[in-house]
Design a binder for this molecule. Structure first.
Ligand code: NAP
Length: 316
């Protein structure tokens, strides 16, 4: 039977931003409800080793970290509901959100922490080696390619920044782009072209990621020339896909202000959106930093912003 939940704080999405918001909101006695989505945990569920989340001297695993955040959020009093919101109505207070399960959530405030997903190439071999040499985040995984040869796919700011970042670890970085010029800012391009460790391959797409099992690892890329369709092999130990991210904001269209790429717009230095009582935290509103720790920080900010909103709004 369908349930109607009433809450002071509804948190939509269960990545680091959502769980941190939940921990702070629960500890502020706001009895938050979190809808986890049907793939709880967000992008960290797709990573393996995590070495840059503070507090852990040893390498930890992304899924383990999310399990701990979930347990902590529940321990301090968050109600988790395994449901995905399919529709929101922010035109009136309290806000009404409908879940895929048929349940309704009536909320005084909403924290949107639905995150973003890396855009992937869509190759079967990419799925096979994701987390085993295929990565969507150089800052997260670059360290594991010390003195190894890696490739970066893409021609935007992210791809160029990732290539430059990877030069701190890898012995050689090959940037592979499907056209013959980059869309990245020229200042970044200058740094890229001048870097002795970086080569650029133009007019190439990845046809297949080649690797081995036991242990599972990437060994090479089959590249297809977009002009003459010629296939060549590039030996690499890892490949970073940097062809853009997609914020998960489909259900908020027409409800809240977003930029042209679909990221929710917040007042700088806060998580406040254009709808009073609706806050956004993490990758759903941040296309620059995109780190678990920055998302967690923004989740904390969202809970504090929601708490302040509730305490100041006497009529909700
Ligand atoms: P982006 O600007 O959308 O660039 C994506 C790149 O991937 C493009 O070069 C595109 O090629 C390529 N691409 C897309 N689909 C592909 C496919 N299926 N196969 C091969 N290549 C593919 O994405 P982004 O670099 O992640 O940047 C996203 C936004 O964040 C941008 O607004 C960017 O300016 C911003 N950003 C800013 C900074 C900064 O200011 N420091 C840093 C990072 C990101 P084409 O060029 O041929 O379309």
């Amino acid at each position: 039977m369908a349930t109607t939940y009433h809450t002071k704080v509804l948190i939509i999405g269960s990545g680091p931003a959502g769980y941190t918001a939940a921990i702070y909101a629960a500890r502020a006695n706001l009895q938050p409800i979190m809808t986890t989505g049907f793939e709880p945990g967000g992008q960290l569920m797709l990573t393996t080793d995590v070495e840059n989340y503070p507090g852990f001297r040893q390498v930890i695993q992304g899924p383990w970290l999310m399990e701990e955040m979930k347990a902590q959020a529940e321990h301090v009093g968050t109600k988790l509901v395994y449901d995905a919101i399919k529709k929101v109505d922010f035109h009136q207070q309290p806000f009404i959100c409908e879940g895929e399960n048929g349940d309704t959530y009536v909320a005084k405030t909403v924290i949107i922490s639905t995150g973003a997903q890396a855009r992937w190439l869509g190759l079967t071999s990419e799925d096979q080696f994701r987390g085993f040499g295929v990565s969507g985040c150089a800052t997260c995984d670059g360290f594991f390619f010390r003195n190894k040869e890696v490739a970066v796919i893409g021609g935007g700011n992210s791809a160029v920044e990732e290539a430059l970042y990877l030069t701190h670890h890898a012995s050689k970085v090959t940037l592979i782009h499907r056209r013959d010029h980059l869309r990245a800012q020229s200042v970044l391009q200058d740094r890229l072209f001048k870097h002795p460790k970086i080569q650029v391959l133009w007019n190439q797409t990845v046809d297949k990621i080649v690797g081995e099992e036991n242990p599972r690892k990437v060994t090479a890329l089959h590249l297809k020339n977009t002009i003459n369709n010629e296939i060549t092999t590039l030996k690499v130990d890892g490949v970073f896909i940097a062809i853009g991210h997609i914020p998960k904001t489909e259900i908020f269209k027409e409800q809240i202000n977003m930029d042209t790429e679909g990221y929710i717009i917040t007042t700088p230095g806060t998580t406040i959106t254009n709808i009073p009582g609706v806050f956004a935290a993490g990758d759903v509103q941040d296309k620059v930093y995109r780190q678990a720790v920055t998302a967690a920080g923004q989740g904390c900010m969202a809970a504090l912003d929601a708490e302040k909103f509730i305490s100041e709004a006497s009529d909700i």
